[in-house]
Design a protein around this ligand. Structure first.
Ligand code: C2O
Ligand code: CU
Length: 465
């Protein structure tokens, strides 16, 4: 297999990087305001048609110069300033998934800003006080389904975890420029294996011929280099439109430290399940003496297979896992929301919530209504708001709230703080509480983008108490 990144691919990415992202040299120092938080500097994201190399085959898509888009990395308390340029033939915006900016910076066309028209631009600028693993993506129609997404990491001022290296992995389902028939057997679940048994977990139903890990198909995997004894931090992010993923590494266990960027007490598991929009940070001890190990990514509830490779430095000659090799760990222990304990619970006022919503999730509706013909859900600033979701449909729905972090209610009383939570199919119930501290109109929606396009969206609207 091709363990290294072929020169052609490297050059290809190099060129498109220049086109898609310009670090405005020197800007971070010069443009820093005289007082106030330091600025992370000027970044430019150009949304444009581009070509993506999928294992030697170039296909047309839309992206920010590369897929995933360039990583944005700042420190807590920085001001993020990103200039979006729209070189697409249609309107676009960028949403900062998991961040809680002022409403006007949230990137939802027609709700928080006017869409950015072709040839036009928009500057997003706001402080990022909270550290974590986030994502950015286009928020117009199905644009996210193409390559218009990237990782956004806010580092804490002082890192509490100790680790030797870190990697960010974005998991995506892919169909742009790819014909299902062409790729029969490539993106498919390994033939020799049964899909995970137990319950039938399906997040979507559309045909996606490929699963990509960091923009790469199984035939040309990303290689994560480690040394024996290293502790590696992985930021695993599901940016797919229609696919929930199971994630595991052959021969290694995963210690969960964060969900959606927010810290939890460490729990060691074999595998992760990620709904669309969810992220997990895990620590992995590179406790093997060498070799190359499969990082397996399986679509939940349907065929679909992706991978990366974890390779111990010095093991270049070792036979790498074949594309379809399926780590047994995928069927091992998963973390449940109930066992995840927040290390920094929200400062929710004691007592009963000020406002309670109880909403049924059916195929394309939330609480019996389909956006845009849907009433906003009023909240008032300062309130503690409780939202219960009851899923009566046959699909699992990852529900995402813009502009806030919420705390999942679990028997421990210290459930994980998240911004996207998966509600299981056929009777699954999840409740979360949040503090209404960020005025505006905010989207609350299913992160299956087909469901979202079909109207599975409500607005949370701040009103006077
Ligand atoms: Cu990633 Cu409206 O969200
Ligand atoms: Cu859904």
């Amino acid at each position: 297999m091709s363990t290294g990144m072929p020169a052609t691919r490297r050059q290809f990415l190099g060129l498109t990087t220049v086109a898609g992202l310009s670090l405005l040299a020197g800007c971070s120092a010069k443009a820093r305001p005289a007082a106030g938080p330091p600025s992370a500097g000027g970044l430019r994201l150009t949304a444009a048609p581009m070509r993506l190399d999928l294992a030697g085959r170039e296909i047309p898509t839309w992206g920010y110069g590369m897929v995933p888009g360039p990583e944005i990395r700042l420190k807590a308390g920085d001001v993020m300033r990103v200039r979006l340029e729209n070189a697409l033939p249609e309107d676009t915006t960028v949403h900062w998934h998991g961040l809680a900016p002022p409403n006007g910076m949230d990137g939802v066309p027609g709700v928080t800003q006017d869409p950015v028209t072709p040839g036009d631009g928009f500057t997003y600028e706001f402080e990022t006080p909270i550290a974590g693993s986030f994502m950015y993506h286009a928020h117009v129609g199905m644009q996210l389904d193409r390559g218009l997404y990237g990782p956004l990491v806010v580092e804490p001022r002082t890192e509490e975890l100790s680790y030797d290296r870190e990697y960010t992995l974005m998991l995506d389902d892919w169909r742009d420029g790819v014909d299902a028939a062409d790729h029969a057997g490539h993106g498919a679940t390994p033939e020799t294996e049964e899909p995970p048994a137990a319950e039938e977990v399906s997040f979507g139903g559309r045909a996606y011929p490929l699963l990509l890990v960091d923009g790469r198909p199984p035939e040309d995997p990303r290689v994560l280099e480690v040394r024996p004894g290293d502790r590696v931090r992985l930021r695993v992010m599901n940016v797919a439109a229609d696919t929930g993923f199971r994630f595991a590494i052959a021969g290694h266990r995963l210690t969960v430290t964060h969900t959606d960027g927010m810290p939890v007490e460490s729990v060691t598991v074999d595998a992760l399940r990620l709904g669309m929009g969810e992220r997990y940070d895990v620590l992995v001890d590179a406790a093997q003496s060498g070799g190359a190990w499969q990082v397996g990514v399986q679509a939940e509830g349907r065929r679909g297979w992706g991978r990366a490779v974890l390779r111990y430095t010095g093991s270049e000659a070792t036979t790498a896992p074949v594309a379809a090799e399926r780590p047994a760990e995928l069927d091992g222990r998963l973390p449940s929301y109930d066992e995840l304990l927040s290390r920094e619970p929200l400062a929710l006022p004691a007592g009963e919530p000020d406002r309670v919503y109880d909403l049924v999730l059916s195929g394309t509706q939330i609480g019996g209504q389909s956006y845009p013909d849907a009433d906003p859900l009023p909240v008032a600033e300062g309130e503690r708001v409780r939202l219960t979701m009851r899923n009566t449909s046959a699909k699992w729905h990852p529900m995402h709230l813009h502009g806030h972090h919420f705390q999942v209610l679990t028997p421990s009383g210290r459930g994980p703080v998240k911004d996207t939570v998966t509600v299981p199919a056929r009777g699954g119930v999840v409740t979360f509480d949040f503090l209404a501290t960020n005025p505006g109109d905010w989207l609350f929606h299913c992160h299956n983008h087909h469901h979202m396009e079909d109207g599975m969206v409500r607005l949370v609207r701040y009103v006077d108490a």
